[in-house]
Structure formats: C-alpha cells, structure tokens
Design a protein around this ligand. Structure first.
Ligand SMILES: Nc1ncnc2c1ncn2[C@@H]1O[C@H](COP(=O)(O)OP(=O)(O)OP(=O)(O)O)[C@@H](O)[C@H]1O
Length: 308
C-alpha cells in the first residue's frame, strides 16, 4: 500500500533529524555564496560537519578554503545562503535578530587572531573580562568571576594591566577569559596562535584546552599551526568549501598517540580523494572501483587501447 502524505512527511522529518542528531554543532549541506560587484564566490559548497558537546576540534585547510566563513556562520555574525547550521539546538538560519544577539552574547564566545579585536586598550584585563558580563546584564560577582577566570588561565597577575603592558600570549589568554565570561557552551577561535612564537602558542593552546576540559566548553579552533592541529583529538580538513578529511588521534595501550587519517563520506556517498594520492597514481576524471569483502579498491582508469 502506498504511504499517505502524513507518513511521507513524518519519514522526511525523521531523516532530517537523523543527520547529526542532537550533536552540539550540526552543519548539513551548508552553502555560503558571496556576491560582490556581480561576481559570485561560493565560499562553502555543501559543507557537512558534526561536532559533539565537549569536543576540542581543529579546522585546517588552504587559504581561501572557507574556514573563516564557517567560523563566521557558527559565531552568528554571518548568515549562510542555504543548508542547515545548528548549534546547541538553535537554528542559525532562521534565528530572529533578538535571539541572534542573545546567542552571540551568551551561547558562543570568540577569540580572534588580532588581539586588538579581542580587547579594549583603555580597560584593564579584569575590566575587559567584566565587560561582556555587564553587557549581558549579569548581576553581582562580576569582579570575582573575572579574577577567577584570569587565574584559571594563568594570567591572574595581569588583572590590572592594560593591553600594552602584556605580551601577545598574555593578551590572547586574557582574550580567552573574555570569551568565557558569560559561560558560553562553545568557543570559536580563528588562528588564536597565528602571531605568536611556539612557546607562547603552547601556553595559549593550553588555556583553550583548560577551558575545554575544566569548564566543559566545546572548542573549535581554525589554525595553520601544527602545534595546535597535531595535539587535538580531531582535526577536520576543509577543501574548496567542503569537509574533505579528518584526522583522529587516540592513545594506544602504551600511551603512544596514534593518528589515523580518514576521508569524509557525505550522505550520498561522495568523498574527496587527497590531491597527492590522485597525482601519485595519475588519477583524473574517472577511477575504477571494486567492492571487496572488507574494503573498496580504487584504481586509475584503464588506458583505452588506441585504435591504430
Ligand atoms: N566578504 C566576502 N566577500 C566576498 N568574498 C569573500 C568574502 N569573505 C570570503 N570570501 C571568499 O570566500 C572564499 C573563502 O574565504 P575564507 O576567508 O572563508 O577562507 P579561509 O579558509 O578562512 O582563508 P584564510 O586561511 O586565508 O583565512 C575565498 O575565495 C574568499 O575570497
């Protein structure tokens, strides 16, 4: 018997709910097209991404691959052209202006690469951390919380200093305290160690890891810094506006970290082969697939015999 219309509707809703389920961040077929002077740039071309609550994830990819666009969408600063973007159950496409403001103030915190974008120069570190709490209208104990956060991140001694009296690494750790001020569920960081040397980068990354482990905040870091991308449990690679690869790290029985690379398979079965794999075997246009009992073989297409 043919299904009724309401059965079909229920089926479609079930299917929709299945992708990502109740994960903390769900991007499903996310598209962002920029139009400038009549020219269209497709920055995100159907990006799928699922991040669970409490994960610490690095996002990597070549310049122009869409990393900042993704972060801008997740931070509520930019609205995607199509697809689904959901954070903590909130739909970032259909959100009202009022909900968006609330979302940006108290659900998500950001840390940018340029410290000038994170901190106000005429306020002390402590006052900078208090400011988002003031704007959100949170009542008492702002001062205590600001000092507590600065101490947690190892920069309690900077509480009364202004930006110019702190090193780059100290400024970024204060910026993380600012991002944490209103107890967000998620921290987004765009190249937070981009302007720092490796020792200072380590301190800033440790501060983000502390926020993740001790305050149970989900953390997404866009980075070119191997020091960051090689220490997280999961690194997501973006290529041409889509998630193309993932590296998962786990400790083996001896405590050694093992990194395993995966290609990302979308819901209709598409995957991107790494460019260096394709060029190593001169694969282009089409490949031959063979289904084996436990894997799928991929071969370069056979040379067609030339007719002469
Ligand atoms: N506001 C905008 N208007 C027009 N095009 C844009 C805009 N922002 C980004 N783009 C384009 O979208 C594409 C993705 O840019 P995006 O900044 O997300 O890349 P990215 O991976 O963050 O790069 P990078 O590592 O250099 O910061 C690029 O082709 C870029 O030129």
């Amino acid at each position: 018997m043919n299904p009724t219309l309401s059965e079909l509707e229920a089926q479609a809703t079930r299917k929709k709910a299945a992708f990502g389920g109740d994960a903390h961040i769900v991007c499903d077929n996310l598209v962002r097209i920029y139009k400038t002077e009549g020219v269209e740039v497709v920055a995100l071309q159907g990006l799928d991404l699922v991040i669970d609550r409490g994960e610490l994830v690095a996002v990597v990819g070549a310049s122009g691959s869409g990393k900042s666009t993704l972060l801008n969408v997740l931070s509520g600063l930019d609205v995607p052209t199509a697809g689904v973007a959901r954070v903590a159950g909130m739909d970032l496409l259909s959100m009202s202006a009022r909900d968006r403001l609330r979302y940006r103030r108290s659900v998500v915190g950001f840390v940018w690469q340029q410290t000038a974008r994170n901190l106000l120069p005429y306020l002390s570190a402590r006052e900078n951390v208090e400011l988002p709490m003031r704007l959100a209208g949170s009542g008492r104990a702002r001062r205590e919380r600001a000092v507590e956060l600065l101490e947690l991140l190892g920069v309690g001694y900077c509480a009364s200093r202004k930006i110019l009296e702190m090193s780059g690494g100290e400024q970024q750790r204060v910026a993380i305290a600012v991002a944490l001020a209103n107890s967000p569920q998620l921290i987004l960081a765009d190249e937070p160690t981009g302007e720092l040397d490796s020792e200072t980068s380590e301190q800033v990354f440790d501060a983000l890891r502390k926020a993740n482990r001790e305050l149970e905040v989900t953390v997404v870091i866009v980075t070119h810094d191997p020091l960051v991308s090689e220490q997280v449990d999961r690194t997501v690679g973006i290529r041409d506006g889509r998630t193309s690869s993932e590296t998962l790290r786990r400790a083996d029985a001896e405590g050694q970290i093992i990194a395993e690379e995966y290609a990302v398979l979308d819901r209709v079965g598409r995957l991107q082969l790494p460019r260096d794999f394709m060029s190593a075997l001169a694969m282009e246009r089409r490949v031959r697939l063979e289904l084996e009992s436990d894997h799928i073989g991929v071969w370069p297409a056979r040379e067609e015999p030339s007719g002469d």
